[in-house]
Write a protein that binds this ligand. Sequence first.
Ligand SMILES: O=c1ccn([C@@H]2O[C@H](COP(=O)(O)OP(=O)(O)O[C@H]3O[C@H](CO)[C@@H](O)[C@H](O)[C@H]3O)[C@@H](O)[C@H]2O)c(=O)[nH]1
Ligand SMILES: [Mn+2]
Length: 379
Amino acid sequence: MSVTDQAFVTLATDDVYCQGALVLGQSLRNHKTSRKLAVLITPEVSSGMRSVLSSVFDDVIEVDVLDSADSVHLALMQRPELGVTFTKLHCWTLTHYSKCVFMDADTLVLCNVDELFDREEFSAAPDSGWPDCFNSGVFVFRPSLKTHNLLLQFAAKHGSFDGGDQGLLNSFFSNWATADIGKHLPFLYNLSSSSVYTYVPAFNHFGRNAKVVHFLGATKPWNYKYNPQTKSVMQDGTTSGSFHQLSFLALWWNIYSASILPLLEKLQKMEETESEECKHIFNGVEVTLKKVSPYAASSLQKPELPEQTNEVNPTACSPEELTFKANEVARSVSELSIHFKPAKPTPEDERRKWEEGRMDYMGKDAFEHIKKKLDAFLH
Ligand SMILES: O=c1ccn([C@@H]2O[C@H](COP(=O)(O)OP(=O)(O)O[C@H]3O[C@H](CO)[C@@H](O)[C@H](O)[C@H]3O)[C@@H](O)[C@H]2O)c(=O)[nH]1
Ligand SMILES: [Mn+2]
C-alpha cells in the first residue's frame, strides 16, 4: 500500500550533497518505504545530476537559495550567510503533502522507518551535543505556507544562535524539550556516528537497534576512500574511526557502489584512461573514480598475495614472477573516491543560468568576452 500524500524529504544544494541524497533515497527504497521520496535542489545542481536524482526520487523540486517572500526577503538579504540554512525551511512549502519527514542528505536508514509518520509536528531526536536541543537532521513536520512564513519572519528578526537551521528551528519550536514527550524521537532515529565513541557502553547496549545513522560533522562519507574488493572504507592519515563508524561508512559506500554508480554510469559512459581513472564528467562537477593500488597511495600495509591464485608455492617462484604477481594484485585492488572539481558547464546549464538571471559578470560573461563574441558574430 502506498501513501501518496506523505513524503520523506531531503535537500541538496550542489552536486556534492546530491551523492548523499541519492544514497539516502536508495536506502529508503531498499527498505521498501510506502511513502513518496522528495528532494529539494537549488539552481546550482547540474542537469545531469537532476536526471539521476529523478530515477531515485519521485519529486525533484527546485527552490531558490534565498526566498523572495517580500518584506522578509529584504531583511534576509542583509544576512547572506544564512542562505543555505534557510533552504531547508523551504520544506514547509511542499503543501501537496499532508505530512513529511525531513532527513539530512548525510543520513542513512538501516531499516524501514515509516512509523515516523505516526508522529506529529514537530518531532525530532535530541542532539548529542546538547540534549535539550533537538538535532535538525531528522524531523517530522506538516507543510504549511503559514508556518513557512512565520519561520522566515522569525529568522529575519532573530537570526540563528548557531548560524544554521538547527539553532533557528530550536528557537522557533522552543517548547520541544518540555512540552510533549511524544515529540521526542528516540535517539535511534538520528544516531550521530560520533556518539559511537562518546558513550561506548550505551552504543554496545543499544546500538544494534539503530534505525537511522547521521554522518554529522565536517567529514562526510563521500570524503572517504573505499575499496570495492574488500568492501571497506580505507583510512589514511587524514581519516580515522572506530570499528562501528567504519562499518556505517562502509554501508554508505556499499549502497553507493552497488546502486548509485550504475546510475551515474548509465548517464555517462565510463572512460578508462591510462592513469586508471574513470571519470564521470557532469555539467557541474567531475566525479573521479580512481583505480589505484591502495598501498601505493597511502601508508596501508601491502596485502598478502591471495592464496587461491598461487597454484605454485610462492616460495618456488622466481623474483620476476613474484613481482609480476604482485603487480597483478595491485591492479585488481582498486580504490573508489569521489573528487569534485568544477567542470565546464554544458550549454543547457549556461542557458538556464542566463534565464535565471545568474550571469557570471566577473568571469566569462564579463563585458570584454561578450564584446568579443559580438565582434566575431558581426565580422
Ligand atoms: O552546502 C550544503 C550544506 C548542507 N546541505 C543540506 O543541509 C543539510 C545539513 O548540513 P550538514 O552538512 O548535514 O550539517 P551537519 O553536519 O549535520 O550539522 C548540523 O548542523 C546543521 C546546521 O544547523 C543542521 O542542518 C544539521 O541537521 C545538524 O546536524 C545537509 O545534510 C544537506 O541536506 C546542502 O544541501 N548543501
Ligand atoms: Mn547532517
